[in-house]
Structure formats: C-alpha cells, structure tokens
Design a protein around this ligand. Structure first.
Ligand code: COA
Length: 140
C-alpha cells in the first residue's frame, strides 16, 4: 500500500536514507519531515508491505523560465524489496499527484553513478535530457 508518510515512519525512513547514502538521525529526520508537512507543495509517501519498504519525496517547482512542474526529490526502495514494482508504484503516485495539481511534467535529477536507477526511470518512460555540474560554496 502507498500512503502518506507520518512520524511513526521515522525509524524506517532513517534506515532507507542510509541505503540511499544519506546519514540522518531520527531527530533530524523528524524535524525535516515536520517542516515539509508544514509547507505547501510537498508530497511524502511510503510504500508499506507489513513494514515500510520505500519512500518518495516530491515537490512542486516553479521557475521564472519554465512552467511549473513536479520534481522527485528523493526515492528509495529497500534493497530487500527491489524489483517487485514498489518503485514504480511510488512514482505513479507522484504522477497522479502532479495531474491532480494540473501539472503535466515530472522531472528528477539523478547522480550519474546511479546507473540502475537510470534504467528504472527509463523503464517508466522518463528520458534523459541533459547532464549538469553541481556547484556548492560553504558560507563562513
Ligand atoms: C531505483 C529504485 C527506486 C527502483 O525501485 P524498484 O522497486 O526496485 O523498481 P521496480 O520493481 O518498481 O521496477 C520498475 C521497472 O524498472 C526497471 N528496473 C528496476 N530496476 C532496474 C535495474 N536495476 N536494471 C534495469 N531495470 C530496472 C524494471 O524494468 C521494472 O520493470 P518491470 O516492472 O517491467 O519489471 C530502487 O532500485 C532503489 O531504491 N535504488 C537505490 C536508490 C536509488 O538509486 N534511488 C534513486 C535515486 S535518483
């Protein structure tokens, strides 16, 4: 079942973040989840099969230069539950949310190293349109 993420999911979501390569504490995750729930334009879902086996975070994005879209900001399925259609179900739920908002494009950025994820997105009908460099500056 695909359902909204809630506070009780924090331990499972923390574990799945580790699998995605992001270490977050339960306290950090709970605070961030609360902040996202308080803000419009965010969708946080989990896939549950007795236990939580995946999550997705999607958000609306409006730029000056383009029509509004929905962006998949994070997606992971447990390494013990891959290849069973869970990732597809989470992405379809995001697409339905986008439609419900009147938005007709879903976009995502994926690290060039995540080759398997790219195959997954292509299987779902996504196509690669460009590659980017990411620039960061730590402010002191
Ligand atoms: C990418 C990920 C979310 C896919 O989730 P999943 O539940 O395993 O994917 P699904 O079972 O729904 O696969 C859907 C389709 O994608 C394709 N696919 C999935 N994994 C694939 C792989 N490793 N290689 C090739 N195709 C793949 C399959 O064709 C599948 O089609 P089918 O339903 O006809 O078999 C999951 O592997 C994952 O969490 N990976 C690690 C984290 C990550 O990379 N997240 C994305 C960050 S951008």
């Amino acid at each position: 079942v695909i359902r909204p993420m809630h506070r009780g999911d924090v331990p499972s979501v923390v574990n799945l973040c580790d699998q995605l390569g992001y270490h977050v504490t339960a306290e950090e995750l709970e605070a961030r989840m609360g902040a996202l729930h308080a803000e419009d334009g965010h969708l946080l879902l989990v896939a549950e099969v007795g236990v939580v086996v995946g999550w997705v975070h999607a958000r609306t994005s409006q730029l000056l230069t383009d029509p509004a879209i929905v962006e998949i900001a994070g997606l992971v399925v447990s390494d013990t539950a891959r290849g069973l259609g869970t990732g597809r179900s989470l992405v379809v739920a995001v697409e339905q949310w986008a439609w419900s908002l009147g938005l007709s494009q879903v976009q995502l950025r994926s690290n060039v190293k995540r080759r398997k994820a790219h195959k997954f997105y292509e299987a779902l009908g996504y196509r690669k349109v460009k590659r980017s460099e990411v620039f960061v500056k730590a402010l002191e």
